[in-house]
Ligand binder design. Structure first.
Ligand code: FAD
Length: 341
């Protein structure tokens, strides 16, 4: 069933720059919705280098990608932004009244006054396992993300992979599925050790089957799989399955951003440096996805861009309302919004 959401601002991309935008917008009383193709916040920081130290975030001599993400989530919590994960924004259409209609690949329509594109290097897209004819089962019984856990209730689920997504979904889905088999080619996992330990407990309790091996072939008909065939050291193995979740990592592709009718420069979106607005008024672009002379693809650049973008967005969301410049250190009004006064 299609869903309609009305809001003031939609931020496309919950990477560090998009997340900080929610803070700057929140200080100006603007609520926002996030849409991200990933199943968690943090963009490149969380997906590509969660445990690597970053040394050039002002005020933090050292912070890992995941710690920075967690801190940003804590910082924006007072403004309660809404997150829509595991979906991609496919299209943006400007309506006659100057507002925008966005469509996602999860059959949702967002109506918004302002769009903030914080899409980084583009959308992270799942790597497809090298299995013949897998396309014919995609989005009916083979999924690369979990959008609704209910779709998996009572199913025979096979999850493939050894990273955080594979382990997190093993733990989250196990209580509601009929059977769950986790398949990984090695007995070593990239996922957080706590998740790996919990998974091993579930295996010991007989609640999860763990299988060392590689996915070789799918059986099924009319978009519905019924068996997953594995190659294992002990020989070929066939597992009854009605849902397959392969987590083979992600690649970054510019994706649909290129089709949104915005002026581009070498796969980045051209913006001005006063408002970080694109060639379409009301659509802003911040972080790695934008281009202007002298642009540095650094997180700190995106934070500055978010602050100036928010001032310009305010003029669109609340036309005619005077914005008084205030410091968070001394403004009781701002401190009330942050829940600290
Ligand atoms: P991203 O972090 O790329 O997030 C963009 C988000 O948008 C993604 O989650 C993506 O899924 C989503 N998205 C895109 N298109 C769509 C769509 N159509 N629909 C839905 N969602 C979409 N920077 C530093 O400042 N210091 C460092 O030390 C540093 N080290 C780095 C080390 C590595 C290994 C890498 C890879 C990068 C490093 N960077 C560093 C760069 C930094 O990570 C980026 O500048 C930063 O992540 C950009 O943030 P962002 O919010 O603009 O975009």
């Amino acid at each position: 069933m299609s869903t309609e959401i009305n809001t003031d601002v939609v931020v496309i991309g919950a990477g560090p720059c998009g997340l900080f935008a929610a803070f700057e917008l929140g200080l100006l009383d603007i609520k926002c919705h996030f849409i991200d193709i990933l199943d968690r916040p943090g963009g490149q920081c969380a997906e590509l280098y969660p445990e690597k130290p970053i040394y050039d975030i002002p005020g933090f001599p050292v912070v890992t990608g995941q710690q920075l993400t967690d801190n940003l989530m804590a910082q924006i919590a007072p403004f309660a932004p809404e997150f829509h994960f595991s979906r991609m924004v496919n299209s943006i259409e400007k309506l006659e009244d100057g507002s925008f209609k966005l469509q996602t690949d999860a059959d949702e329509t967002f109506y918004t006054k302002v769009v903030v594109i914080a899409a980084g290097g583009g959308s992270f897209q799942p790597k497809r396992p090298p299995v013949a004819d897998i396309e014919q089962y995609e989005n009916t019984s083979v999924f690369y993300a979990v959008r609704k856990m209910e779709d998996f209730r009572g199913q025979d689920v096979v999850i493939v992979g050894g990273g955080d997504s594979a382990l997190d979904w093993t733990l989250n889905l196990q209580p509601i599925v009929r059977t769950l088999t986790l398949v990984h080619r090695r007995d070593a996992f990239k996922a957080a050790p706590a998740s790996v330990n919990k998974m091993k407990e579930l295996v010991a309790e007989g609640k999860v089957n763990f299988q060392l091996g590689q996915i070789a072939k799918l059986d099924g008909a009319d978009g519905q799989i019924n068996h997953v065939h594995l190659t294992t050291e002990a020989g070929d193995l066939s597992i009854p399955a009605t849902r397959l979740l392969p987590f083979f990592g992600l690649t970054m592709k510019l994706g649909p951003v290129a089709d949104w009718g915005l002026e581009l420069n070498d796969n980045t979106i051209v913006v001005d440096t006063e408002k970080f607005e694109t060639s379409v008024p009301g659509i802003f672009a911040i972080g790695d996805i934008n281009y202007y002379p002298g642009k540095l693809k650094l997180i700190l650049s995106g934070f500055h861009e978010a602050a100036l973008m928010a001032q310009a967005a305010k003029a669109i969301v609340s036309p005619g309302e005077r914005v008084v410049f205030q410091y968070t250190t001394s403004s009781t009004k701002l401190q009330k919004k942050l829940g600290v006064a």
